[in-house]
Every structure is written in C-alpha cells, then in structure tokens.
Ligand binder design. Structure first.
Ligand code: NDP
Length: 454
C-alpha cells in the first residue's frame, strides 16, 4: 500500500520563492500543500527589502527636484521631509501587500501555519506548537538574514532590517560595506537629509560589477554628498555621550548618531535540524542543492537565498517554478542562472547584464563600446550628472557579452537589453535596430567605433 502523508508538499518559508511554489503546486497541479512562516508573509523582498527600499528610493529622489524644476521655469519651494508620515504610509502599503500574499495562498488552497518549522525526518516537519506534519516533499525557502561583523559592541549598530523601524531619522549615519545594500541606503539616506559617511574596505565599491560603471556610481555618490571612504574599515565602536564612537583603520575617531552594517547576508538554515537528517550545508550555512534544487535527501528541496546561488527575488521565484515543474508536472526543469539582469538602486541606478569588461577580457578578445555623457534633462538644469552606456562585445562571434548602464531608470532599461543579451544577439543586430530619439539609451544602438579592444 502506498504511504500516506498529510501533504504532498510542505513549504517552510513564506517569502517570494516559497509562496510562488506553494500556490502553483496547489492551484495549478492540485497538490495538497502546507506552508509554515513564523514571521510576516512576503519575506525579505516585500517586508524589509526590495519593496520598502524602492519606496524609500522614490521618497529620496524628491530632494533634487525643486532645483531641477526651477531650471524648467517652475517656482517650487522645497519643504521638509516628514519621515513619520512617509513611514506610516509605507507600513500601510507593506501590510496591504502581506494581505495579498495571504489571500493568494488561501485562494490556491494552501493551508498556512503561522509557526516556526524544523525538519524531523525526510518526510516530517515539526511545528513550534508541538505538532508534526508529514509530506511527500519538503521545500525549504527560508531566505537569508543580515550579518554584523565579528566586532566588540557590534550590536550598537543597526542592519538594513532595522531602518523601517526607526522612530526618527538620525542626523548622521555611518554605513559599513560597499555592496548593493550599503550603496543603495547611502544614496537613500543622503537624499532624505541624513549626513552619510560610508566606509568600504576595498579599493572601489560594488565589487564584481564592471569597473567603469562602479567608478561612475562612486563618483556620482560622492558628488551628491555621500562621504565615501575607500580602503577604510571600522576597527572599534563604543557608546559615547555624543553618539556611537567609531575608530577606523584610517586612524580617524568620530562619533555618529547611528552606524549601519551592510556587510552581507547569510542563509537562514540554522537550528532547523537539517544536518541531523543528512541535508548538506556549505561553509556559510547555505543548503547544497543540485540543478533541480534537490538536497542530499531526495524528498527535501531548497530554493532562494538559503541556497546562496544568485540571491535575487526573481531568481527565487523561478527556482520555485522550476521545482514545481520538476516534482509536480513530471518535467525535470533546471533553473537557468545564466545572464540574469539586475539593477542596483543607487542614484544614479546601475543596470547590468552579462560579463563586465574585466571578466570578458580574461576569457576572450573583446571590443568595448562605451560612452559617458551629460543627459539632456539634467544638463539643461546645469547639473553635472553623467550617464554611462556600455557594451562588451566578443571580437570573434560579435555577440554582446555584457551591457552596463549607469543612468536614471537603468533598472528599467536593463530589463529590455537583458532580452537581447540573453538571446545572444550580435553587435550588428543591435546596430540594425533604429534609434529612439531623443533618448539616453539610443546610444546603445548608435555606437559604431569601439572605444577600445582588450
Ligand atoms: P554584498 O555581499 O553585496 O556586500 C557586502 C559588503 O560588505 C561588501 O562590500 C563586503 O566587502 C563588505 N563586508 C563583508 N564583510 C565585511 C566586514 N567584516 N567588514 C567590512 N566590510 C565587510 O551584501 P549586501 O548585504 O549588500 O546584499 C546581499 C545580497 O542581497 C546581494 O548580494 C544581492 O544579491 C541582494 N540584494 C540585491 C539588491 C538588488 O537587486 N538591487 C538590493 C539589495 C540586496 P567585500 O566586497 O570586500 O567583500
């Protein structure tokens, strides 16, 4: 007789990846699905990541608008920014979105448990109310969490999760780190009127991205008022009367109202009983999976940031969809992690897909088409802003290997270029595309002569 389980699928984690897998398995494949989430539904992206971050980006962008509007003939007076009013509205919006997530699950017939879950054995989940549930398949989608460096008094500093809970915005803030989160929040808080200092231990922020693009973002951030110190890290921190006293590797000692660590995120895989049942974990605690997101225990799968592959919301969602295809549609589907476009929501934004110039030139001979200029809109307002449009092209196959854009709305632009780069179109096919004029991105189809070869 076939073994019977309480569920066909039990999902641990109600973030973007887990919710998508649960509702597609239940709604489209008729699977009996349970899902446990001990925090808020929507996970990092909706509750404390992408969504509130983007709303804060929008809020911060108004800072420069009165000056620009004046150049266009408008008499607009800049007023003060009301954090309390904005935060209240943002909190309401996040509550609304969490409600949408809960509704989607209920509407697909997923049974939800607002509890913490751990793994008891290959087919059993233990819930924090003391009950257990059995399932033919278990999917772990518990995401990640920010980490503080190993430093005495590190708890004096906050992490990105805490920003939304601040009662007031500090007058001054030190941000530690040079990755996505550090740079995005440096720009946001600078725009909202906080005096932002940023320490990054390396030679240039946004390690791993195209050098020319990171250089322009860094220059623009400094120009807009972020006090960026490269090759600098925090050494010691302590509570002082005038704020948090920080000693740094450059010999300086200064006080800040707040210190934020944006020093990376770790997979949330601890205390779940994973090792006990034979699920293999990597050095950072990431769950090791094969191309079908299956762990060392065949009935247990894992998707999203807890697997530390490409830590982006749309990737977790697609990994969830591929898991459902594999397990419930009978079509083994591996997630394609190649050529994923992404954006860093700094000001200006950086949009990128494919290889950087440095990465590509290590692999083959390339041509680089690159142009940096003052865009019409801000040049008219006498602002010094510059944008970058850059293509990295294979000399032999002519395929566009990478595209890097630093410009307002680069995230929107790179989504479109991402299609062409993913389709492995050649430089000549880009050139055969007629320009849309006058736009910034028309440069992507009008650059005729290589800036350099490498
Ligand atoms: P990142 O890994 O991007 O950056 C971490 C930064 O902290 C790096 O600059 C790193 O330096 C530095 N760092 C690490 N340890 C220390 C230390 N002990 N002392 C000082 N500095 C340290 O992590 P984030 O937290 O910024 O973001 C996590 C992930 O979330 C990203 O990788 C991305 O996948 C995702 N994300 C995506 C966003 C988007 O798509 N727009 C937005 C936000 C996050 P070093 O470079 O030298 O290692």
């Amino acid at each position: 007789m076939a073994e019977t389980f309480d569920f066909d699928l039990f999902v641990i984690g109600g973030g973007s990846g887990g919710v998508r897998a649960a509702r597609v398995a239940a709604g489209e494949h008729g699977a009996r699905v349970g899902l446990a989430e001990d925090d808020r539904y929507g996970g990092t992206c909706v509750i404390r990541g992408c969504v509130p971050k983007k709303l804060m980006v929008f809020a911060s962008e108004y800072a420069g608008m009165p000056a620009e509007a004046a150049a266009y003939g408008w008499d607009i007076k800049a007023g003060a920014f009301d954090w309390t009013a904005f935060r209240g509205k943002m909190t309401d919006e996040l509550d609304r979105l969490e409600g949408v997530y809960r509704k989607l699950l209920a509407g697909s017939g997923v049974e939800t448990f607002d509890l913490r879950a751990s793994i008891k054995d290959a087919h059993t989940v233990a819930l924090s109310d003391g009950t257990t549930k059995t399932a033919k398949h278990i999917l772990i989608a518990t995401g990640g969490h920010p980490v503080r460096p190993d430093l005495p008094n590190a708890e004096l500093g906050i992490v990105s999760d805490d920003i939304l809970h601040l009662e007031t915005l500090p007058k001054s803030m030190l941000i530690i780190g040079g990755g996505y989160i550090a740079c995005e929040f440096a720009c946001i808080l600078n725009g909202l009127g906080v005096e932002v200092t940023q320490y990054y231990r390396g030679a240039q922020i946004l390690r791993g991205f195209d050098d020319e693009a990171r250089g322009l973002v860094s220059e623009s951030m400094c120009h807009s008022g972020v006090d960026l110190h490269l090759g600098t890290n925090i050494l010691e921190m302590s509570q002082a009367e005038d704020g948090i006293r920080v000693k740094s590797t450059n010999g300086s000692e200064r006080s800040f109202d707040q210190v934020m660590f944006a020093t990376g995120r770790d997979p949330s895989s601890k205390d779940m009983g994973l090792e006990d049942v034979g699920v293999a974990l990597g050095r950072k605690g990431q769950i090791e999976v094969n191309e079908y997101s299956q762990t060392a225990v065949p009935s247990i799968y894992a998707i999203g940031d807890v697997t530390d592959r490409v830590n982006l919301t749309p990737v977790a969602i697609r990994e969830g969809m591929a898991f459902v295809q594999t397990v419930f549609a009978g079509t083994p589907t591996a997630m394609d992690h190649d050529l994923i476009a992404s954006a860093v929501f700094t000001q200006p934004e950086m949009g990128t897909v494919g290889m950087s110039e440095e990465e590509a030139s290590e692999q083959e001979e390339i041509e680089v088409y690159s142009t940096s200029f003052r865009p019409m809109r801000t040049a008219f307002a006498d602002q010094p802003d510059r944008v970058l449009m850059k293509l990295v092209v294979s000399k032999s196959s002519r395929i566009v290997l990478g595209c890097h854009i630093v410009a307002p709305n680069a995230g929107e632009l790179i989504q479109m270029v991402g299609i062409a780069v993913k389709a492995k179109l050649t430089k000549e096919q880009f050139d055969a595309t007629c320009a849309v004029h006058p736009t910034m991105s028309e440069e992507l189809v009008t650059m005729r002569t290589p800036t350099r070869t490498a």
